[in-house]
Design a protein around this ligand. Structure first.
Ligand SMILES: [Fe+2]
Length: 376
């Protein structure tokens, strides 16, 4: 298992902090800090609270960003602040949920092979023969596994030509995870030509994000006592799947006559608003393991208990929030999640900076291994 993650995380050393994405689009984003002060030492941020009352301050310094503006902070009365939807966006979100509930992908329409694979990967009783049989039964899946196994991130001196050879080369656990990732890709794939034309890059971006968070959360749990990296990996893969499912309903609504083209920022905000609800319902309908459903449903809860049973949830939540931090609309919520989950995982600001650096490294490896662009 460790080898799979080792390939996604070349080194454990931290890199200097800096923005993972271009500077934010508005004052709501966590902005790269000019002349960022050095982070607090170990223990400084684990306490969380700063004398100035901003619990995110030490993390902001460590990550090289400014603390995002809280919703309502400095807004004119009646203005729509970061993290909030205006009235037309709220109406669109309501229409989207209505469309999803009328046309939801049922179990028959769900990617059953992908889900069987994901469950098999999580099973301690996974068998080589069953894994090879499942992968080999699906040409697209077999091709995907071979492509990944021969990618720069994985390949050795000789080309891998068969699924069985991939198992021999990489080991059952690694092939299982690669297969799970390739299988999960169908969850992030547009189904219709119109969806592909309108939102293809966004599906790819969601897939890239899921794999990056999965890899980051798994690596984080591997480095700590408590928490299971296999659960964290699958949790990261599927915690935001509601966005890709909701995008299908949004694409269908956008195709209706008279609907004006949707601005990308509006799509982001509406997907974010509905994704926990949509994802939770899909998780239940697809009979995914309960721990995965809990992660999908609770990862944006304002408060998540620090109990050991939520260790994987906090790992996924922290990694997702570090990616969200540079998005203006999501920055304030992400900052709160970082503070709380870091505290639950006993990570100080330096440790969170290391997680952030590893996430960026993982993002590059995912882009290389799976040929996906992190862009929207
Ligand atoms: Fe989310």
């Amino acid at each position: 298992m460790a080898g799979f993650f080792a390939r996604f995380f070349g080194g454990k050393g931290s890199r200097p902090p800096g923005p993972a994405r271009p500077p934010g689009r508005s004052s709501g984003a966590a902005r790269p800090s000019a002349g960022a002060a050095p982070p607090d030492g170990p223990g400084g941020a684990s306490a969380g609270q700063r004398p100035d009352g901003d619990p995110f301050a030490s993390f902001a310094r460590a990550l090289g960003v400014e603390s995002p503006r809280a919703p309502g902070d400095g807004e004119a009365e009646g203005a729509v602040g970061p993290g909030e939807l205006d009235a037309p966006e709220q109406a669109l979100a309501a229409r989207l949920l209505e469309h999803f509930r009328k046309n939801r992908p049922g179990p028959a329409a769900a990617p059953s092979l992908s889900l069987r694979l994901l469950n098999l990967v999580a099973s301690p009783r996974a068998e080589v023969g069953e894994m090879v049989r499942l992968i080999s039964a699906d040409p697209a899946l077999a091709a995907g596994v071979l492509t990944v196994a021969n990618s720069v991130a994985y390949r050795g001196r000789e080309e891998i030509e068969t699924v069985r050879a991939a198992v021999v080369r990489l080991g059952i656990a690694e092939v299982g995870r690669v297969a799970g990732a390739v299988g999960a890709r169908s969850l992030f794939h547009p189904r219709l030509k119109a969806e592909l034309a309108a939102h293809g890059p966004r599906y790819a971006g969601l897939f890239h994000r899921a794999l990056t968070v999965a890899s980051g959360a798994a690596a984080l749990t591997l480095q700590r006592q408590g928490g299971r990296s296999d659960r964290a990996y699958l949790g990261g893969m599927l915690f935001d799947v509601g966005k890709s499912i909701a995008l299908r309903s949004l694409a269908a609504l956008a195709a209706e006559p008279g609907t004006p083209p949707l601005d990308g920022a509006i799509v982001d905000r509406v997907l974010d608003r509905v994704h926990v609800e949509v994802g939770g319902e899909c998780h239940q309908e697809w009979n995914l393991p309960q721990y995965l459903t809990v992660i999908a449903v609770r990862h944006h809860d304002p408060v998540v208990p620090a109990d050991a049973e939520f260790a994987e949830l906090h790992a996924v939540r922290l990694c997702g929030a570090l990616l969200d931090l540079r998005e203006p609309f999501l920055a304030a919520r992400a900052a709160g999640e970082i503070v709380q989950s870091a505290r639950a995982l006993a990570l100080d600001s330096l440790a969170v900076r290391a997680v952030d650096a590893e996430l960026r490294s993982a993002a590059q490896r995912v882009a290389s291994a799976f040929g996906v662009d992190p862009g929207r």
